[in-house]
Design a protein around this ligand. Structure first.
Ligand code: R5P
Length: 293
């Protein structure tokens, strides 16, 4: 086994050298099967290579999160403005109209609530049910450095194997705990492990320093998780920075549905991600939509 290079500081990420995608628009996906590429193309827009994913799966461990108390009332109207929706099968089947043709990214892990050790997760959806729901991807949390790190990775490799069997990509979400360091070194480790062990997409948090080394050293697309609610301009700036530093999109929840103007925020995030709009212009756009009511 290679020695862990914990003392070696100098690394070369070749930040100016683009990755060769061998003819497919998405990083690391050229050798996948047609079905998987087709599903990835439903999540990531082939014309921009990016995605705006709306994350509303928070209830799977924390119940009726602020802003998600009645997803039928205030979340379903946002869905037409997302490229993909990340949610549980419970909310999909009870609340989302089957006529919605947006890509579904299905939360497939669960178990502990916020009252318990969060890394103690198991797989919670069978691949047959994922197929039945016509999902575009399956997803779960990995807890690198967490108490049940190995089990969460084993959950992921099982999900990846099931997904490969049926052409469904797996998105690994790098979880952070209250005692865990949130820095580039940690996320490089977590994201690279997820990709090396088979995830076709990785979702992770933005860090203001060296985020570009996280995306550069991860051979599959990274989408940025939003995290706690920020003022809108800050959230738009974070999204812009993440995209400029190599992210292939955002998977945002609270920064959209906890905004006082979620539809305006949804539209502004789209401008940043797909139209390369600056944070300031996107914020002006947000205010314009907000003023229009
Ligand atoms: C959290 O465990 C969920 O997977 C969320 O989907 C994720 O945290 C993204 O949502 P937010 O942007 O609110 O952080």
């Amino acid at each position: 086994m290679a020695e862990y290079d914990k003392d070696k500081q100098a690394k070369e990420y070749y930040l100016d050298t683009p990755v060769n995608n061998y003819g497919f628009f998405l990083k690391g996906a050229h050798s996948l099967d047609w079905g998987m590429k087709n599903r990835l193309s439903r999540i990531f827009r082939p014309d921009t290579g990016k995605t705006v994913m709306l994350a509303i799966d928070h209830g799977y461990f924390q119940g009726p999160t602020t802003g998600l108390e009645r997803p039928d009332v205030n979340i379903v109207p946002l869905m037409p403005y997302a490229d993909a929706i990340m949610l549980t099968r419970g909310i999909l089947r009870t609340t989302v109209p089957p006529s919605l043709t947006k890509a579904v990214v299905m939360r497939c892990s669960g178990g502990p609530s916020i009252l318990k050790e969060l890394s103690d997760e198991e797989l919670a959806v069978d691949i047959e049910d994922a197929i039945r729901m016509n999902v575009a991807a399956i997803t779960l949390q990995i807890f690198i450095g967490g108490e049940y790190e190995t089990r969460s990775i084993h959950n992921m490799t099982r999900l990846v194997d099931m997904g490969l069997r049926y052409g469904i990509p797996t998105m690994a979400v790098t979880a952070v705990g209250k005692d865990m360091v949130r820095d580039a070194k940690y996320f490089r480790l977590a994201c690279r492990m997820a990709a090396e062990l088979g995830a076709q997409i990785v979702k992770t948090y933005y860090v203001p320093e060296e985020f570009e080394t996280i995306t550069a050293s991860c051979p599959v697309p990274i989408v940025m998780a939003g995290g706690k609610k920020l003022p809108e301009l800050e959230a738009l700036t974070m999204s812009r920075n993440a995209i400029d530093e190599g992210a292939s999109g955002v998977d945002m929840g609270r920064n959209i549905f906890q905004s006082d103007y979620p539809l305006a925020m949804m539209k502004a995030v789209n401008k940043v991600v797909h139209e390369k709009m600056s944070p300031k212009d996107a914020y002006d756009y947000f205010n314009t939509i907000k003023a229009e009511g």
